[in-house]
Design a protein around this ligand. Structure first.
Ligand code: ADP
Ligand code: ZN
Ligand code: ZN
Length: 575
């Protein structure tokens, strides 16, 4: 794709060479520059170049002797940034693969994969990192570890048997079944061989708790985190540490799949089904798929873990001779009983603010016992739409087909689809009626209602509005862990990978809406969310209970949930 036309090849003078440079501009080609001091070791290095009237930093992807451009038209390259190690051949191959596979200019792929500092040629100041021999690869690391359950032990053994060559595994296990423990054991063996481990987790799951758990297990290893919420300088430092080989474990969100790790020995993708592994703008890549490619390229094992694998992954793992090998954990590692799951048939009852008597009573019992409840409603805002009962007007987005959601706190209407927003009108734009109503229920409205029902309870709403920054999100997690909240109202943000020992009740309201969504993945997502949300309860010593309010208690999807049965759900909804 990047080969240029060879019609008017012009040899150039002996002492000069031509640099083929990938530059961050939206054109699917490389650019040639002249250099009088380049050597083959410069391939993979960053170089300053003039482009049009601007200055850029590009990456040298090859040295050449001839150019399709006339030699008098070639510009001299600027400084080659030799204080930085060159990006390795396998890193270049990785970005070239993404460029080809996702049909995206190589220069843009590389710019996205590099931290912002580096793509501007700015080098962060760093403490000199410890040398690799001092700190890594010494598993005689290690604090107290639980004795593995038989299924965990067999999973570890099967993956470890494949060290040093490519193999892809699906580790399928309910929440709390000890998947993370399996990853940690595999990472330990990887480090013992002097190699590096890359662990990818969803955006929302990369919390200080997880970082602490990993760091505590490997006190002598160099653990580096990478996610988009980090300050540029910290991200650049982590990238450079990795590039120089001073990293043992890299823990990161989707962008970490591009970390330069020359001794990589193992890749783990936790919650592989999670939507945050897909980048939705610019280069639309799936970090999970890129991770599988990278494992294959490097000849190392990859473990995809999930309680609710994406259907495509599940089929690859189940098919005879399929692409992935299936490892299953069927038991919880700690609590011996999974939460009891029960549907509440809402057709037969009068609801109060959308909540059944059974649910309200269950919350009240938890308040008496100083335990926590979570009400799961996957719809943020006050109400999903504003409507006029007189003329039938509803608040539709002016830019797309979605409805505008009512946000009462700041009196705005917002489109959760495209981001459009407007003030809440004082009267109906259709007929002038002053009496227009929010219709339906979002987390803000539920919060108001619960506060009225339980005035003494400490209520905490957890959605993208209340947890809009990593710091706010962390404060919320601390509040929950510290037992300083009694009732949580949460969207899917709360569904993932958190252990809340005091949480013993999960109430699910408004789940039916997803059943009729246009998106064919909606039931899959609903099932996965409900299973994960259910997994939040009763993870420690206290048994958990899940109550699902629904008008369709007989649906097979809900039946499968009652028995925690992913396999039978997958049969009901075959991809
Ligand atoms: P998952 O990642 O599947 O949700 P974790 O690995 O986080 O599960 O395990 C859940 C809890 O069980 C954690 O507190 C973990 O320390 C504990 N655990 C995991 N494996 C074992 C084991 N074999 N014996 C005792 N406790 C375990
Ligand atoms: Zn009207
Ligand atoms: Zn819109």
């Amino acid at each position: 794709m990047y080969r240029q036309a060879f019609e008017h090849l012009e040899p150039i003078c002996e002492s000069m060479s031509i640099l083929r440079v990938a530059i961050d501009i939206p054109l699917p080609r490389l650019f040639d520059y002249l250099s009088d001091d380049a050597s083959p070791q410069d391939v993979g290095r960053c170089v300053r170049v003039a482009f049009g009237r601007s200055k850029k930093v590009g990456v040298i992807v090859a040295l050449a002797e001839t150019s399709a451009q006339a030699s008098d038209k070639l510009k001299p390259a600027g400084e080659i940034l030799r204080s930085l190690p060159a990006l390795s051949a396998d890193w270049l191959a990785l970005t070239e693969f993404c460029s080809r596979y996702y049909q995206h200019p190589l220069g843009e792929v590389m710019a996205m994969a590099l931290p912002p500092h580096l793509r501007r040629g700015k080098l962060p100041r760093r403490k000199s990192p410890a040398s690799s021999a001092e700190t890594s690869g010494n598993p005689t690391l290690a604090p107290v570890q639980p004795v593995l359950l038989p299924e965990q032990a067999s999973a570890v053994a099967r993956v470890a048997a494949g060290f040093g060559r490519y193999a892809a595994f699906l580790l399928h296990g309910i929440t709390g079944s000890g998947k993370t423990e399996v990853y940690l054991r595999l990472i330990e063996q990887t480090l013992a061989q002097g190699r590096q481990a890359l662990m990818l987790v969803p955006e929302i799951a990369l919390t200080p708790q997880l970082e602490e758990r990993v760091a505590a297990r490997f006190p002598r290893a160099r653990v580096v985190s990478a996610h988009s919420g980090m300050a540029d300088a910290a991200r650049a430092r982590g990238f450079l540490d990795a590039l120089e080989g001073h990293v043992d474990i890299l823990l990161g969100t989707r962008l970490a799949v591009f970390a330069p790790l020359s001794r990589l020995g193992l890749i783990v993708v936790d919650e592989e089904h999670d939507a945050s592994f897909k980048q939705q703008e610019g280069l639309r890549y799936s970090a999970r798929d890129v991770a599988v490619w990278r494992a294959h390229q490097l000849g190392v094992p990859i473990v995809l873990g999930s309680a609710t694998p994406s259907l495509e992954t599940f089929y690859h793992a189940r098919a005879e001779g399929g692409r992935y090998r299936l490892l299953e954990l069927t038991q919880r590692a700690v609590a011996d009983a999974p939460p009891t799951v029960r549907c509440i048939d809402t057709r037969r009852q009068k609801l109060q603010d959308g909540m059944s008597t059974a649910l309200l009573e269950a919350i009240s019992t938890r308040l008496d016992r100083a335990e926590q409840s979570l009400i799961f409603l996957n719809r943020r805002g006050y109400a999903p739409v504003l409507a006029c009962p007189a003329c039938g007007w509803v608040s539709r987005c002016l830019r797309c087909a979605a409805n505008l959601v009512v946000h009462l706190a700041d009196r705005r209407l917002r489109c959760h689809h495209c981001g459009f927003e407007a003030a809440i009108p004082k009267h109906c734009p259709g007929c002038g009626n002053l009496d227009i109503h929010p219709f339906g229920r979002g987390t803000q409205r539920l919060e108001t209602a619960l506060a009225a029902h339980f005035p003494a309870a400490r209520i905490l709403r957890v959605d993208r509005d209340s947890a809009s920054t990593p710091a706010k999100w962390q404060a919320i997690l601390d509040t929950i862990h510290g037992g300083r909240a009694d009732i949580l109202i949460g969207t899917q943000m709360l569904a993932k990978g958190h252990d809340f020992p005091l949480l013993t009740l999960v109430g699910v309201v408004g789940a039916d809406a997803a059943l009729f969504a246009a998106d064919f993945r909606a039931p899959e997502r609903l099932f996965s969310q409900l299973l994960q949300v259910g997994g939040r309860s009763g993870r420690a010593a206290l048994p958990g209970e899940v109550l699902i309010q629904t008008e369709y208690p007989g649906l097979p999807l809900y039946d499968a949930l009652l028995t925690h049965d992913y396999a039978s759900f997958a049969e009901i909804h075959p991809g």
